[in-house]
Design a protein around this ligand. Sequence first.
Ligand SMILES: O=C(O)CCC(=O)C(=O)O
Ligand SMILES: [Fe+2]
Length: 337
Amino acid sequence: MPSITEDVSIGNLGSLQTLPDSFTWKFTSSDSAVEESVPVIDLFDPNVITLLGDACKTWGAFQISNHGIPQKLIDDVESLSKTLFDMSSERKLEAASSDKGVSGYGEPRMTPFFEKKMWCEGFTIADASYADHFLTLWPHDYTKYCGIIEEYKGEMEKLASRLLSWILSSLGVTVEDIEWAQNMSRGVIRLNHYPVCPEPERAMGLGAHTDSTILTILHQSNMGGLQVFREETGWVTVEPVPGALVINIGDLFHILSNGKIMSVVHRARVNQTRSRISIAYLWGGPAGDVEIKPISKIVGPVEPAIYRPVTWNEYLRIKYEVFEKSFDAIRVVNPTN
Ligand SMILES: O=C(O)CCC(=O)C(=O)O
Ligand SMILES: [Fe+2]
């Protein structure tokens, strides 16, 4: 069979019978997942603050139960995503984002950082222009679908703020200690779809990365695929727990905490028999011209700041230049106070 190297449309990945060369990754033994699991934290637990703080320090990722998000709402966003990704490639491309950073359909934003392509298509909901795309995709049902998205954003925002307060409290500070917290920008939703793949052991759904904002609330359908990296252990699969949501700590939270909590390196693997949907809500950051730095109350003579102040736009620019080396780019060489 001739190998398919060109002309692969991400909207059609699920129909391919062979893995195109441009999608073939090289893996080594250190890529195998080990038998461990991230903590599952019940938000009703009386020790919730300590449990969250410990999970952030050791993993940078955990699952939460009793989070208060109605299951019906999660199911609605999941079925909206299924309807979208089930459409023909041509139809989906009518809703393509004009620029990688804004709303619309397309391949993962970090595609340029990897040699090989990722087995993933997605739809980003970043600004109000997503509604125009919804109108193109669903001329009759678009009001209903926009309503579901707006409700989901509202619920996610409340949950993310609660988690932020609790985790800050585990560090001995409060939201008021972040100067710009009152002007937090809205979160971004990323709907991800990983179609069935003819050779999952040689393909990658989403390459290893950290999320840039404060934290991400992730719903993965009942299909596993998410893996997180832990220095001492290696890759660990985050097995779906019914009703639980996954939390990934992002770069900005790591910087604010002066390196006390981890931003977790994670990736998504794919599957030969079932496609997978995930819904990521990436939350928390200031306006682009605001300076970000470790929280003043955390640093002092005993614990000097390990990162220099940079504007949020500058950090994002650095991240999109050097990717996984962004912390090194803002690290203070000889921290003193
Ligand atoms: O699909 C997943 O499990 C991971 C998604 C993710 O990491 C992202 O959208 O940033
Ligand atoms: Fe991510």
